[in-house]
Design a binder for this molecule. Structure first.
Ligand SMILES: [Zn+2]
Length: 275
């Protein structure tokens, strides 16, 4: 069997990397006993029945370490569990048969965190969208973002620039969403900012423009989104903001074109002729 090429592999699979990171906390004592952690002490002087794992010893967790863990969790936008559980796992090594490890397995203290990595081209996208204002304001337009965080950020920035925008996302109640969609459908509002909540299923005939502020991560979503405009044999325009300097965006665009065998052109300057 011939090896697939790099492009074939990238078109089919996403590389997903996991990182295991170890942190040493600056506590005065060890994690599960009151022995000191002073650097440079004589060997075997900072030990006790607990950290020697003698039979019957009962480890007790270091409160200060838990506090530090929660602080790190909050800094990483994690949710903090109201309770947690440590599991004791034994590993048999011929030279150290009593070895064990105490760790958190499925009930960690901090979970669902994230770190935003800002890349400079993100700012340029906002400027581009503001430049599109003249065109967007004469049409009925849906603007898609990938995350609620991005929606909230964009809403704030568009409102700062007097962009009359309405918003729906999954953190709103169904009633709130229905009201926003109803007003948009009736033409009372012209610009709707949303996550993929709206990318399928809702037909609003007068929508003639879709803007993908974020390039959708998967190819099906792209088709669902752009299908929101030009319903019922009407003409529609979809504009997708792609950061060509960002390898992830460039790759997604490449996969989309290859999979659907479609041409996605650079935006022409005289966009109005398509509307
Ligand atoms: Zn100890």
């Amino acid at each position: 069997m011939a090896l697939p090429t790099y492009d074939e592999v990238i078109a089919k699979w996403d590389p997903v990397l996991g990182l295991e990171v170890h942190v040493e906390l600056n506590t005065q004592s060890k994690m599960f006993c009151s022995c000191a952690t002073e650097f440079g002490a004589e060997p075997n002087t900072q030990t006790c029945p607990v950290c020697l794992a003698l039979p019957g010893a009962l480890p007790v967790v270091n409160e200060k370490a838990i506090e530090s863990t929660i602080l790190i969790g909050l800094a990483l936008n994690c949710k903090i569990a109201p309770y947690s559980r440590f599991a004791r796992k034994n590993y048999f090594y011929p030279d150290m048969p009593k070895n064990f490890q105490i760790s958190q397995y499925d009930e960690p203290i901090c979970f669902d965190g994230y770190v935003d990595v800002e890349i400079d081209t993100e700012e340029a996208k906002l400027d581009t969208l503001l430049d599109l204002y003249g065109i967007a304001s004469t049409t009925q337009t849906i603007i898609f973002c990938n995350t609620i965080r991005k929606i909230e950020w964009l809403e704030e920035n568009l409102k700062k620039n007097n962009f009359p925008i309405t918003v729906i996302h999954s953190n709103m109640t169904q009633q709130e969403r229905d009201t926003v969609v109803k007003e948009f459908r009736e033409g009372k509002t012209r610009l709707l900012l949303t996550t993929d909540l709206l990318s399928r299923g809702i037909d609003i005939p007068q929508v003639n423009m879709v803007i993908n502020y974020d390039l959708p991560v998967n190819k099906e979503t792209y088709i669902h989104r752009i299908g929101r405009c030009g319903r019922f044999d009407k003409k529609g325009v979809s504009i997708t903001m792609v950061r060509m300097k960002d390898p992830a965006d460039a790759k997604t665009l490449f996969r989309m074109k290859q999979f659907y065998k479609i041409q996605i052109n650079e935006m022409p300057s005289d966009l109005n002729q398509f509307l």
